[in-house]
Write a new protein. Structure first.
Length: 146
């Protein structure tokens, strides 16, 4: 019993350390997603003069595909899922995870732009501050759960 009592803090520390390191790696992937998402958004909105919600949707689809690839290979190292059907299920779960926060972000984007008068160029940045931690939890606890 004493061995378990003595090893419990070490096991908890290792588990928290692994989760913290995953969050750091998720943040690095998130940074690339942010650059991709905002780049696509700004290209579509400012360059092509598309509606801000359409621009947001295109940026979302491209950045989720990027997130799936890097999170499965680098962050959560989901190597068990080698079959095509398992990869499709994992991608679908990631898409749903990001999709939930995307819908939340769409509503927030509407509030920021239409109700509070925040610039269409700045509003997505505010959304990312809110949705990134939510996405990490959904990906870790559901989409890539082993």
């Amino acid at each position: 019993m004493k061995k378990l009592k003595d090893s419990l803090p070490i096991m908890l520390s290792a588990r928290l350390g692994k989760t913290a390191w995953q969050f750091v790696k998720f943040g690095i992937v998130g940074l690339s997603n942010t650059i991709i998402s905002l780049g696509v958004y700004w290209l579509c909105f400012y360059g092509l003069h598309w509606h801000y919600q359409i621009s947001n949707l295109i940026g979302f689809i491209i950045s989720v595909t990027n997130a799936y690839y890097w999170n499965s290979k680098y962050v959560f190292m989901n190597t068990r899922q080698v079959g095509l059907s398992a990869q499709i299920v994992a991608y679908f779960k990631v898409f749903l995870s990001y999709g939930g926060t995307y819908l939340f972000g769409v509503a927030l984007l509407y509030v920021w732009v239409e109700k509070l008068g925040i610039s269409e160029g700045i509003a997505p940045i505010i959304n990312l501050i809110i949705t990134i931690p939510l996405n990490f939890l959904l990906n870790k606890l559901w989409a890539f759960r082993k």
